[in-house]
Design a binder for this molecule. Structure first.
Ligand SMILES: NC(=O)C1=CN([C@@H]2O[C@H](COP(=O)(O)OP(=O)(O)OC[C@H]3O[C@@H](n4cnc5c(N)ncnc54)[C@H](OP(=O)(O)O)[C@@H]3O)[C@@H](O)[C@H]2O)C=CC1
Ligand SMILES: CC(=O)N[C@@H](CCC(=O)OP(=O)(O)O)C(=O)O
Length: 351
């Protein structure tokens, strides 16, 4: 197969440069355009010296004709940007992988309510494929427009899916307490993300309602074939990368043979046996965010504390990797019929 020509719109942001890092190790992809309006004309390696020796590219202003000469365009841009350019690219036969939330929600009034703007192309949103390979691999293969899941939605859905698919837990009263590193908020300057405001401290935010809630409920509702009700509270951790989600669900029948600690462990191991990027840890484990840093892996542990009626799932991912750019590369591999692991095989950096 000939080399895939890729473009990245939004190359100076954290997910854009993470895409560059990952694609530098991908033998079947060549990044031929990378955009930034603020840094147009600047060599990529001047801004990111860690990429010296890997790229000989300059940032350029987004130009739809240049993008249309590529096989695939990644949008690593704030919400609302991709939907303005995607219709043109899709009409010209380009495959698009959007890391923003523009095409994640099927219900457009819900999208407009949570994102506070009018959707520019609802008809395309209806055709977009939601890029969580663990539930949607087949449709991803045929996607022209792919919506990459959000970071919290990835960690949370992967943790709840086995329990809900098996019908073991109530679909109402689900709880997700999740904490993210500061890179989840992007690279633009914000006072509450300054080192002195954020370091050595821990807090919740958006407890009254976070825009990932409808996305998670949409995905889990499809799994159960009905409504789910989730309480989701995100937190900000004083670290750079990583999400740790602690999930709680009530057993429907605590006395059932399928609900013992051993049976829950077996359920998770079986559900993800064939998944290259979900690792079910041995019973009793407490997965750490640093065990997935820079990788496309989601590590899970399932437990039933004191044998009571609540199942707890611990789920860790790297928000910039399985939560964004590495999952985008996994999706690209599936879309182009490549080995799904390509460019994604390095283990996490320790310590
Ligand atoms: N950070 C994370 O962990 C995750 C992020 N995401 C999503 O991925 C997307 C990118 O996130 P992130 O990398 O953190 O964002 P950043 O804020 O770090 O970067 C945004 C990039 O988009 C470019 N950009 C901004 N506005 C426009 C515009 N109107 N037209 C073209 N380019 C534009 C910027 O460059 P310039 O202004 O110079 O053009 C910059 O390169 C967002 O939608 C985010 O929600 C998803 C999952 C996880
Ligand atoms: C720590 C932090 O601020 N995290 C971001 C995560 C969301 C994100 O990155 O955006 P997507 O909607 O595209 O997934 C937030 O809560 O807004």
């Amino acid at each position: 197969m000939s080399v895939i020509k890729a473009a990245i719109v939004g190359g100076t942001g954290y997910t854009g440069v993470e895409l560059l890092r990952l694609l530098s190790g991908h033998s079947q992809v060549e990044v031929s355009a990378i955009t930034s309006r603020a840094e147009a004309g600047t060599p990529v390696t001047e801004l990111f010296p860690s990429l010296r020796g890997h790229y000989d590219l300059k940032f350029s202003a987004p130009d739809v004709d240049e993008l249309a000469r590529c096989d695939v365009v990644f949008f690593a841009t704030p919400h609302g940007v991709a939907q303005a350019q995607v219709p043109d690219l899709v009409a010209r036969g380009v495959r698009v992988i959007d890391l923003s939330a523009d095409f994640r929600l099927q219900d457009i009034p819900t999208w407009e309510q949570w994102y506070g703007q009018q959707h520019a192309c609802p008809e395309l949103a209806a055709k977009a494929v939601y890029g969580l390979p663990e539930i949607n691999r087949e449709q991803i293969g045929g996607a022209q427009l792919l919506a990459c899941p959000g970071c919290y939605p990835t960690a949370i859905q992967l943790g709840f899916i086995p329990l809900l698919e098996a019908g073991l837990v109530e679909s109402s009263g689900l709880i997700a307490n999740a904490a993210s590193g500061a890179s989840g908020a992007g690279r633009q300057a914000k006072t509450d993300l300054l080192f002195a405001e954020n370091n050595d401290s821990f807090r919740a935010y958006a407890a009254a309602g976070h825009r990932h809630l409808p996305e998670i409920e949409q995905g889990l509702s499809q799994v159960v074939g009905g409504n789910v009700d989730l309480t989701f509270v995100p937190h900000l951790l004083p670290m750079v990368r990583g999400i740790h989600a602690t999930l709680y669900a009530k057993l429907k029948n605590p006395a059932a043979a399928e609900a013992t600690q051993e049976a829950l462990q077996a359920l998770f191991e079986q559900r993800y046996q064939a998944e290259p990027f979900v690792d079910v840890m041995p019973a009793g484990s407490h997965p750490q965010t640093r065990s997935v840093r820079g990788t496309n892996m989601c590590r899970l542990a399932v437990l039933r504390p004191q044998g009571r009626d609540t199942v707890v799932v611990l789920s860790v991912i790297d928000n910039l990797a399985k939560g964004a750019s590495a999952q985008a590369v996994q999706n690209m591999n599936i879309m182009f019929g490549l080995n799904e692991n390509q460019g994604l095989e390095s283990p996490a950096l320790l310590p």
